[in-house]
Design a protein around this ligand. Structure first.
Ligand SMILES: [Zn+2]
Length: 251
């Protein structure tokens, strides 16, 4: 699944796009929010489709970028502005600074040279809420444990109009950095709202209640600017990841 627009009717439509389809031209305006979990080396969208997507977001559309969707479209300037931070795809200092928090809670904008995107082994790692007063994170514990997931590190990008809501600390043996890396972000682009989650490698990470709740709240916020969903009782704690096992397994 690469692309998931949710219609105003509540119905959704899933489209797959393994290679560039010159006829791929959805009417984005029909939808409150567009969700992408595209990945590394995703087929570029046709120019006209890029233009219409940019106009849709500028005019107040919603976009949700999940995990490897921040690897996609490295050469598309507007897309990089929408996601705020990206990884891989030959992204370097030319695309913007590294953004992260140090281990005592200071936000760092780092313009040093280097590639973008790295991760250690998949594992449960602590997510730290940096903005507890945002509707998406309000009521979450300060620290909560993710599912077995990749903690993306060394993301870099324009980072304009971006708020880092939560960071992750890679505790694996081969952690690429020793710092707090952005995992949940919001970006404003024109009148549009973007929710960017770097979490969500696969089913094990999707089953984490922290992923589920941040995804649902972030999507509602991107679509409407509001969040009406409460934090459930089974939300993860600083020690316990708390999973909901999906009945339908994809692997
Ligand atoms: Zn991944």
């Amino acid at each position: 699944m690469d692309y998931l627009p949710l219609a105003k009717t509540g119905k959704s439509k899933i489209l797959e796009q393994p290679k560039t389809d010159p006829a791929f031209s959805p009417t984005f305006e029909k939808y409150d929010v567009v969700i992408s979990n595209f990945g590394w080396k995703a087929a570029p969208w046709p120019m006209e489709t890029r233009k219409s997507f940019k106009a849709y977001i500028q005019n107040g559309g919603g976009f949700v970028s999940i995990h490897a969707a921040n690897n996609s479209f490295p050469e598309w300037e507007a897309y990089n502005q929408m996601i705020g931070l990206g990884g891989w795809g030959d992204r370097t200092e030319k695309d913007g600074p590294y953004v992260y928090y140090d281990n005592v809670g200071n936000k760092v904008i780092d313009t040093s040279e280097g590639t973008a995107g790295a991760h250690g082994d998949r594992h449960h790692f602590p997510a730290t809420v940096q903005h507890i007063d945002h509707p998406i994170t309000k009521g979450m514990p300060k620290v909560w444990m993710t599912g077995v997931d990749e903690c993306y590190a060394k993301l870099r990008g324009t980072a304009e109009n971006m708020t880092v809501l939560a960071t992750g600390k890679d505790l694996s043996e081969n952690a690429p950095t020793d710092r707090q890396e952005p995992v949940l972000m919001t970006i404003e682009y024109g009148k549009g709202r973007i929710f960017h989650s770097a979490l969500g490698h696969d089913t094990d990470s999707f089953e984490n209640v922290g992923f589920i709740v941040s995804f649902l709240r972030g999507t509602e916020w991107a679509a409407s600017g509001k969040v009406t969903q409460a934090i459930p009782l089974d939300f993860p704690t600083a020690q316990q990841p708390r999973q909901r096992t999906f009945k339908l397994k994809t692997h």
